[in-house]
Design a protein around this ligand. Structure first.
Ligand code: ZN
Length: 154
């Protein structure tokens, strides 16, 4: 278990030091700000759709290792996916880090595989860190809904 924990930490540190897709997108991409006042994490998530597919997604900003790595891995995970696939991934990720039981009515064995995103499993032991890990996802989700006001975890 401690080996696994170490591996997880390495993946998170790697994304923190070398965040992927860390840049602004030009119009017609939309962008929205997300803020986690408890930790001071602040990101802008950029999103460009092509029909119902995520053509490009990126982020900029500053935050702790967890929030930055999560934003970086999120952009990697959802780029090229359809909006529905990305939403399903958000649900699965949210359940992973909050430990909330799967919604039985919504649950199916064909749920998306989280792959590398599973490195955030340990976050559920630290309730304050859950907000760091989900900040980029909530911000992305708000952008999908066409929201323009900044997202705050509080
Ligand atoms: Zn944080």
């Amino acid at each position: 278990m401690s080996d696994l924990r170490e591996l997880y930490q390495q993946v998170i540190l790697d994304h923190y030091k070398k965040p992927r897709n860390c840049r602004a997108l030009a119009e017609p991409a939309c962008h929205i700000e997300g803020y986690n006042p408890l930790c001071g994490d602040k990101f802008t998530v950029y999103l460009q759709l092509d029909g119902d597919r995520i053509k490009d997604v990126s982020f900029q900003g500053a935050g702790c290792a967890i929030s930055t790595a999560s934003a970086s891995m999120m952009t990697d995970a959802i780029k090229g996916k359809t909006v529905e696939e990305a939403k399903a991934l958000f649900q699965a990720f949210h359940e992973l880090v909050t430990g909330a039981p799967a919604d039985e009515s919504n649950h199916s064995n064909s749920g998306p595989a989280l792959g590398k995103l599973s490195v955030f499993t340990g976050v559920r032991e630290f309730p304050l860190r859950v907000k760091c890990a989900t900040l980029a996802w909530h911000t992305f989700h708000a952008a999908l809904q066409g929201q323009h006001e900044p997202v705050s975890t509080e």
